[in-house]
Design a protein. Sequence first.
Length: 478
Amino acid sequence: MTTSTRIIYADVPEELLPICRTAGYIRADIWRRYGGLKTAGKSANDPRKEITELRLYDSLPIDGTIRGETTKDIIHDVFLYRAAAQQKVRKAIFAKAKGDQDELKRLYALLRYGDWTTEPFLHHQMRKHFKHGKSQVDNQFVVRSDKFRVEMVDDKLVVVIHVASKYGKPIRLTTTTSGKNVHLIGKNLRIILIGKNLRIIVRNNQTEIHYSFDKTKNRPCGQAVIGIDKGYTEAFVDSDGQAHGKGFGKVMSEYGDKTHQTGQSRNKLYALEKKHRQAGRISKADRIKNNNLGNKKINGRKERAHQRLRDIAFKAAHSIVDKAEVVAAEDLTGPIPKTHPWKKYNRKMTSWAKGVLAEALESTAKQRNANLVLVNAAYTSQMDSNTHLLEGKRVGDKFYRANGDVLQADFNAARNVRHRLDDHEITLYTPYKEVRRILLSRSTGATERHRHELQEALALVNRVRNNSKTQCAVLHRV
């Protein structure tokens, strides 16, 4: 059984505003105090004990249970941030140890038990990856499970938050749901206020109530072992050649192109507003700013695109797990390394789109008891999946083998990802330069043998390209 988060929406009582602002102050202060290397060697309980002993926030105008639960939630965020930094440092340790198991265990132990300040290398890496955090979030707080009740009013679910009498009456949140399949009893609630009076504006005049729910494992996984590669036209392509999540790229392209066009138009309006303001036509500048430079439509478009991508990504993930028990995949949350990044691609393949793919795959595999294994994806797009050697060349969505055969590029990469699952010499944290050295050492003879064939194949590709360009130029002149 896995746990996930659901959201229900409610109105915005005025009593929520001062609670959110006070919780925002607490959040900012905790990040200022504990969001850096000061937490070395400490657990999450140590800051909580210190806050309790010093009574840092007891004088603030906020209910005690809300203050306590929100403080605990903030501290967990800080230590989660530290854990993410430690994961990056583990990669640096693996690269430094160079196969020395004793050194590897020693550095891992120092990192795990918080003694990184005693080792110059670890101290440097933690300063690099665990930069002092800060927070400007002032629109949410946490309600303990025994400090609210639910009731039905006019066929709508109402959440009543209990606060101490000196801070006012109970706060009533009238939701938009009938309460069907909503189970809040015994669970903490995260109240996120989205409104015009706060710094963060996503949806005007709405309160989001986040709560956890348990997913049951009611669908079994498949039995195959496959590798997958993320695509653009589709969400994934597996090592059997099957595409999953068709239409993913179309949604991203539509959203990216529309956003780009809107941004260009808004830049002109920004310049016009600035021009009128500098000329003293303040009223006209204010009308342009208020009526044409808002974010409501932009944020609504982003939210709709995000929901469509999530729908496609989760359907694709279920389609993969339907056939596979073990899924080999690259780390979808990492950046795409490119010497010369394709600006248009980077705009369309936004970071949150890649995050949707990673979330869908991880959540679905966990829920259906499949095994998701992350592998090192270095050079998987540049290897020949038939020979597993670093030969051939990828051009767009085609991979040209050394003997002249052509493969679909994502299918070729997915097969290489599947093979990387059984490659014990190349681990997840092996640096890409070391991966290249290993691959070249394997393919020394093959590279010499097929170099001439590869040059002929690439020459053929170039001739086809040049002929196509010539034909297009002739048609254009005609």
